[in-house]
Design a protein around this ligand. Structure first.
Ligand SMILES: [Zn+2]
Length: 349
């Protein structure tokens, strides 16, 4: 059985406590002798290290304000298609002559979706499309009235069968690669491009409106959520962002943040991702496992590797900070997560 020594524990604790001390000038951590300390991490605190204020959100990353009395806003995307958002989540609905097709029902505001739809039509909800299986995007489906036809990619059905969540009713229509929904004179083209964020996560394209909805992939003006939005397959995620970049569309609905996206937003995210990949790759090439470590720690391969990964991530963060810290909202919040995810993917995928 593995029993870490007190010295090892102190050394590990201390690597992270050093910067916390430097920032707050107050420490309640147990201090190891200064000679046992490894080089401190840079000014943006690592995962698990308490921060003070975060960096400001750039104006370009914000969206139109939400009426606090309603808790959501509707954005007209043209020809019967609307986005609904609380400026954190985004979903859509498409109005046709006899009904409404809803695309995603985030539990954060799904109970208000009927009210939002009633602002533009009295037609009933006849269809629900699931972008993917994750509860934070479709877990409010049960709160929609009636018995709509539910459409999803078949991997989403598999994952929802496993989840057995009464708040996420099973799809009644599934497809493998492509599905075209014709309702009245309106059309939505659903397509599956493989695993990236999650198996079953689909592209939803409205050709008349030139709107593309792909959830949890592109974050206009913002750092992707931690670990590239918890991408299930990181090389797949990188490839799919490039697919989105090359496709012809006018407005992107990404499922998150306060505004819709443009091609310029995808260019920026793609450039950032290439920079993370380059920075993590360079750090992996220039960092030696065990270098500078106390000989007592060198006999502990887990510790040697932990220290190696920390130094790789530190170099990665340092390389990215000058160019990106003021360019993407929440850079400081998740840059460590992105570097850790990237170095891991580069080593094992
Ligand atoms: Zn998701």
């Amino acid at each position: 059985m593995f029993r870490p020594t007190l010295a090892l524990l102190l050394a590990v604790l201390c690597r992270f406590s050093v910067s916390a001390v430097a920032q707050s000038a107050v420490s309640d951590n147990v201090a190891a002798p200064a000679t046992d300390r490894y080089p401190p991490i840079p000014s943006i605190p690592a995962i698990g290290v308490r921060n003070g204020r975060y960096l400001d959100v750039p104006a370009a990353s914000r969206g139109p304000a939400i009426d606090p009395a309603k808790g959501y806003r509707i954005q007209d995307l043209g020809d019967g298609l609307y986005m609904v958002t609380d400026n954190i989540y985004q979903s859509m609905f498409l109005v046709y002559d006899r009904g409404v097709a809803v695309i995603d029902a985030p539990p954060e505001y799904a109970s208000k979706l009927p009210q939002a739809i009633a602002e533009v039509t009295r037609n009933p909800i006849t269809h629900v499309i699931y972008s993917h299986s994750h509860i934070d995007h479709i877990g409010g489906t049960k709160s929609l009235a009636g018995h709509p036809i539910i459409i999803a990619q078949r991997e989403t059905l598999r994952l929802l069968q496993r989840a057995a969540d009464p708040n996420r009713p099973l799809p009644t229509v599934t497809f493998a690669d492509h599905y075209t929904l014709h309702v009245g004179s309106k059309t939505l083209e659903l397509s599956y491009h493989g695993d990236a964020h999650e198996p079953g996560n689909i592209f939803i394209y409205a050709p008349a409106q030139r709107v593309l909805m792909v959830v949890d992939m592109i974050f206009p003006g913002w750092m992707p959520w931690r670990r590239f939005a918890l991408a299930h397959d990181l090389p797949g995620y990188f490839a799919q962002v490039e697919e989105i970049r090359k496709l012809d569309w006018q407005t992107l609905v990404g499922g998150h943040v306060a505004r819709t996206g443009t091609h310029a937003d995808v260019e920026v995210q793609s450039e950032f991702m290439q920079d993370v990949k380059q920075a993590a790759s360079a750090a992996l090439g220039s960092t030696k496992p065990g270098e500078g470590m106390d000989p007592r720690d060198q006999v502990n391969p887990w510790a040697v590797f932990d220290n190696f990964i920390d130094r790789v991530a530190t170099r990665c963060v340092d390389a990215l900070t000058p160019k990106w810290s003021a360019r993407l909202a929440a850079f400081d919040v998740y840059v460590w997560d992105q570097c850790y995810a990237m170095e891991q993917s580069l080593r094992i995928d």
